[in-house]
Design a binder for this molecule. Structure first.
Ligand code: PMP
Length: 453
């Protein structure tokens, strides 16, 4: 076991994100010390396969010297340059241009942030600015989707629709509205793709009508709902929702913080679905988690409206670390990796992962297996016919996470008994097989656990 003193120091001083503080104090931290490829090593020297790429972000895998070199080179050359006062740095300009070239449609303008939450937050500000510039400042109502996740900033967390992010914080605000999740496995209209799509379209139409069509500013959707439990809408759903936004005259934001950068196969899930939203938000895979960075892609018509609206005045939105040159240098290197085999490998590994998880379907605890590319979920139930979820009070998710960890596997266990998979795109066949074998062992052990069943 590793140093008790580290556990004590952590307990005394480090506040962990999205944690039960008391639960964490009791459990104690698990310290990771190093990593290579898809394997992480804890401070006691135990190796685990990382089936979740950190937090859906280390798409390139760990230990890429070329990424480290790119960051070191940039740090030596120019570790910081503000993008305020009309200043800039070469890596940020080049990354914006490379990304714009690859983004769908006319999403030609890129605003760099520090991560996903402030990317979402930035879009909220840009959307308000856009409608004000168009002379419609009363369009100040926003719609998102139940079980969606759009970050942990105060306003973004109000678009997020997971109760844990609201409780005690006084959000959502009254201008933040929700429609039901498309969630095929648990949709009241059933699992038929056309019925699921029709239900979402009807819900968005009804919500806009209820709010007042002239008041609605924008609609937010993840191509696949990640933190809600990897909820995969039917093919065609995203396009249908985007088309409806256009028809209703409201802006459409695709939040690709998880799905962007190869997670579902292509660089952007929107491209594969033939969707050109007004904004795309990204982060995570943009730098493969090596350094923090997010990016907002803005459609040309939005950019021109905002620019004309502001005229000679400043658009007053910015961060000290907007367009950080070190993050941008890392982003450029990671982009090269994607295009030099990483996306390709991710597609192959994703097919192996999905096939292997599908093979677990007959396990008594498995209600559904779903996913796309290197993004997958196994939804556990105690009764397949009635789709009865695991008992929440049994802390099933925590126990499954712990058990998987003991078996040498890092996965995400969502509170609703869904196991989430988002391995690095660099996974070898052996990595994927290890994820699958250790999942099977973990499921069998869970079956034996009287408290979870
Ligand atoms: N949007 C989505 C869809 C996300 O999944 C996340 C993070 N999981 C965020 C926004 C927030 O990103 P960050 O944690 O980098 O602030």
């Amino acid at each position: 076991m590793y140093s008790n003193s580290l556990i004590e120091l952590d307990r005394a001083h480090l506040i962990h994100p999205v944690a039960s503080y008391r639960g964490h104090e009791q459990q104690g931290v698990r310290v990771l010390a190093s990593a290579r490829g898809a394997t992480v090593t804890d401070a006691s020297g135990r190796q685990l396969v990382d089936g979740f790429a950190g937090l859906w972000c280390v798409n390139a895998g760990y230990g890429h010297d070329s990424i480290v070199e790119a960051a070191a080179r940039q740090m030596r050359e120019l570790p910081y340059a503000t993008a305020y006062f009309g200043l800039g740095s070469e890596p940020a300009i080049r990354l914006a241009s490379e990304l714009a070239e690859r983004a769908p449609g006319d999403l030609d303008h890129v605003y760099f942030t520090l991560g996903g939450s402030d990317a979402v937050d930035s879009t909220i500000r840009f959307v308000r600015y856009y409608w004000t510039a168009r002379g419609e400042p009363r369009r100040d109502q926003f719609i998102s989707i139940e079980m969606g996740y759009h970050g942990s900033s105060t306003v973004g967390a109000g678009l997020t629709a997971l109760p844990a992010f609201h409780a005690g914080f006084g959000i959502p605000f009254d201008w933040q509205h929700k429609i039901p999740s498309p969630y095929p496995y648990r949709n009241p209209v059933g699992e038929d793709p056309q019925a699921v799509i029709a239900a979402s379209l009807a819900a968005l139409r009804a919500k806009v009508e209820e709010i007042g069509p002239e008041r609605v500013a924008a609609f937010y959707a993840e191509p696949i709902q990640g933190s809600g439990g990897v909820i995969v809408p039917p093919r065609g759903w995203l396009k249908a929702m985007g088309d409806l936004c256009r028809e209703l005259g409201i802006l459409f934001i695709a939040d690709e913080v998880i799905t962007g950068f190869g997670r579902t196969g292509p660089l952007f899930a929107c491209s594969e679905e033939g969707v050109v939203p007004d904004f795309i938000t990204t982060a995570k895979g943009l730098t493969s988690g090596y350094v923090p960075m997010g990016a907002v892609f803005m459609a040309d018509h939005v950019y021109q409206t905002i620019a004309d609206g502001a005229g000679p005045s400043a658009v007053g939105h910015g961060y000290t670390y907007s367009a950080h040159p070190v993050s941008a240098a890392v982003g450029l290197e990671v982009l090269k990796l994607y295009e030099n085999g990483l996306l390709e490998n991710g597609r192959k590994a994703g097919a192996r992962l999905m096939a292997g998880l599908e093979a677990l379907k007959d396990h008594p605890l498995v209600g559904e297996v779903r996913g796309r590319g290197m993004l997958a979920a196994v939804e556990l139930v105690v009764d397949k016919k009635n789709k009865t979820p695991l008992p929440a009070e049994a802390q099933a998710a925590r126990r499954i996470f712990d058990r998987a960890w003991e078996n040498g596997l890092v996965i995400r266990a969502f509170a609703n008994g869904v196991l989430g998979y988002a391995p690095p795109l660099c996974c070898t066949d052996a990595d994927i097989d290890a994820i699958l074998e250790r999942t099977a062992v973990t499921l069998d052990q869970t079956l034996e656990d009287p408290d979870v069943r």
